[in-house]
Design a protein around this ligand. Sequence first.
Ligand SMILES: NC(=O)c1ccc[n+]([C@@H]2O[C@H](COP(=O)([O-])OP(=O)(O)OC[C@H]3O[C@@H](n4cnc5c(N)ncnc54)[C@H](OP(=O)(O)O)[C@@H]3O)[C@@H](O)[C@H]2O)c1
Ligand SMILES: [Zn+2]
Length: 403
Amino acid sequence: MNTESVNESSDRAAPRVPRGACERVGGLGGFGSPPMNTDAHFMRRALALAEQARGLTSPNPLVGAVVVSGGEIVGEGFHRAVGQPHAEVEALEVAGVKSRGGTLYVTLEPCMHHGRTPPCVPRVLAAGIARVVVAVSDANPLVAGGGIAALRAAGVEVTEGVMAEEARRQNRAFLHAMRAGRPHVTLKGAITLDGKIADVHGTSRWITGREARERAHRLRAECDAIVVGVETVRRDDPELTVRLDRPWPREPYRVVLDSRARMPVSARLLRVGTPARVLVAVAADAPAPSIAALEARGATVVRCPGPTGRIDPRRLLDELHRREVRAVLVEGGAEVHAAFLDAALVDRVAVFVAPALLGGRGAPSLVGGSGRTLKDRVALDDFEVTRLGPDVLLEADVAGSRH
Ligand SMILES: NC(=O)c1ccc[n+]([C@@H]2O[C@H](COP(=O)([O-])OP(=O)(O)OC[C@H]3O[C@@H](n4cnc5c(N)ncnc54)[C@H](OP(=O)(O)O)[C@@H]3O)[C@@H](O)[C@H]2O)c1
Ligand SMILES: [Zn+2]
């Protein structure tokens, strides 16, 4: 899929399509769309439906579904939020009796297990669907392949892999978290053209302009946890909240790597949002009184000691995984970026680049630590470039990281 079109549709993060809205096939498509009446065409529509709930479904994936009968869309649906009906069920409800003998297009394999809602496969069978087209199988070990097998066993024709790459990208974080057993990690930062994240005085506000900062808030809205180092808290005193032009119903965890519990109790982090969703990760020898003071302010203190006396990023991710975090945004600073990269725990980067130069040997760059040799550099794949006012957003996957 054209990634820009995904970005554009994610502009509309709040669902806009009224429940059960139907469109005639002839009204869809446009430049660059697959030809009408093909599997790819209907799957593209299902992907666009799913996209409307971006940032709202976690820990569940984004899923869209379309029911087609006689070459015409007779039902559409998407998963809107946890606890809400699954996409297939929504689409089948709209289609009603028109589902009988029809084709169901769904971006992710239908589920067979009892989760927060009943399984979808029996519902698909009861509706009399003759054919199911699936973009990707669900990596969730509770589902993986079982839904497709159950449909086939019941005599339903199943086609897999239609627009699979687009569907995998759409649920990058969810699929990764299911496969790897840990959240998907995006390293995010704002740099000058010479790679600096702050000037020689440690000042970083603001490196980029309004459009870039707005996009950064959208990245926050789409993640489940924002992670920073204690030096960033001490220096910038950030809120780490999602600030968009409309209220946002979900609040990512705000996480601080703070081995010795040095975070000031007066930090702004603890004065906005839900303090209990501020997780302060401490190591073994954090002083008990400092921990008690943070807890008294409502913060949740978690212990993630590593061998160097600092936070073990892997243990922190395990802790977040237990809390059903799928997507993590590591927002700096330089040392924390280095810690995640050195532990090979970065899957993607999102770097805003401003057309400016700062210089200064002492000014931090995007990644601190002891650095790497050219031979051991972290290679990036699948570059995407987006212009945002005067700035540029570069996004890429870390080579070898699966999504
Ligand atoms: N432009 C941007 O996008 C951006 C974003 C964020 C920050 N910044 C700038 O970056 C600067 C701060 O960056 P920084 O690199 O000095 O600090 P940092 O990465 O924010 O925090 C580093 C601190 O985290 C703690 N930590 C805990 N576990 C760690 C681990 N495993 N590895 C590394 N650190 C660990 C350490 O303190 P303990 O040993 O006490 O735990 C360490 O001193 C500020 O000037 C800020 O303005 C810029
Ligand atoms: Zn389901």
